[in-house]
Design a protein around this ligand. Structure first.
Ligand code: MLT
Length: 284
């Protein structure tokens, strides 16, 4: 039996939700429910090496995740999953689902994938939503940290990462008042496959600088950032906003990195308002 590697809910104009690192598509529960109940078709894949793709396939050098074959552990340990690999996976999934174009919404690592997607498949990108992400590439120190972390997670698993990052991913108010969100985020990190996560870390370390792409992005862009995000702070969002010719910036209060989980009503309202405006301007 084939496992589901993506959610596909609702009908109408398509929106594809791309999760961050080291998470899975379950982080999008609230936007999936909201948008599919409000006239949109919502597709949320587990990106390559994450969620259910990690249990039935393993990371490899190329090809869409839902067609990959399991590979031996040693080989998988050395793999790199590039942001372009993931963008190609998304396009292949859209082909399979007969979706011509979509609004591509990515959070953090999902945002890097969105940058690659619009670069490789501009005609298939109706609009972009860039949440908790940034355009510049890593500097050398950040790159080295990622490569070290990849080795650490292969040696010791994901528990240390969960413990070290929760207070950066979530705002103080979320940590104090939303225990179910805290538990969900901790569980996503803890159950992530270290091989898939390590391959994505290497891929993020190798990603190119998307700053140069900004002036050439012609589709409407919604930028979302949590006011208290220490990982991808407001300044990163403002940088993208300045560089893009057609963008809207939404700063979400009482949220850090996981804006859609921490403040789902505000996030959904921003996303829905943006998509509704697109449909109105398209005369639909
Ligand atoms: C994410 O949430 O996807 C990560 O923070 C991305 C990154 O490490 O740059």
């Amino acid at each position: 039996m084939t496992q589901a590697l993506y959610d596909d809910a609702g009908s109408g104009p398509a929106v594809v939700l791309l999760h961050g690192y080291p998470f899975d598509r379950s982080m999008w529960r609230e936007p999936i429910d909201f948008l599919s109940a409000h006239g949109y078709r919502v597709i949320a894949p587990d990106l390559r090496g994450f969620g259910e793709t990690a249990t039935q396939t393993s990371v490899s050098e190329s090809g869409p995740s839902h067609r990959l074959k399991p590979v031996p552990l040693k080989e998988a340990d050395r793999s790199v999953t590039t942001m372009a690999d993931m963008a190609h996976d998304v396009a292949a999934l859209m082909d399979e689902l007969e979706i011509v174009d979509a609004t591509i919404c990515g959070l953090s690592m999902g945002g890097y994938v969105a940058f690659e997607f619009v670069h490789i498949f501009p005609a298939r990108t109706r609009a972009l939503v860039l949440a908790g992400t940034r355009a510049p590439a890593d500097n050398e120190e950040e790159r080295q940290t990622r490569l070290q972390q990849a080795e650490q997670m292969l040696a010791r698993g994901m528990a240390d990462i969960a413990a070290a990052t929760l207070t950066k991913l979530l705002a103080p108010r979320t940590l104090a008042e939303k225990p179910s969100v805290v538990t969900h985020v901790r569980e996503m990190i803890s159950r992530a496959d270290p091989r898939g996560a390590a391959a994505a870390q290497r891929g993020m370390a190798a990603r190119r600088d998307y700053s140069e792409d900004l002036p050439g992005i012609r589709v409407p862009v919604l930028i979302i950032v949590g006011r208290q995000d220490p990982i991808r702070p407001v300044a990163d969002a403002e940088f993208m906003h300045r560089g893009l010719s057609n963008s809207r910036l939404e700063i979400i209060e009482d949220a850090a990195h996981m804006t859609n989980m921490e403040q789902p009503e505000v996030f959904n309202r921003a996303l829905f308002g943006f998509m509704e405006a697109l449909d109105n301007s398209a005369g639909g």
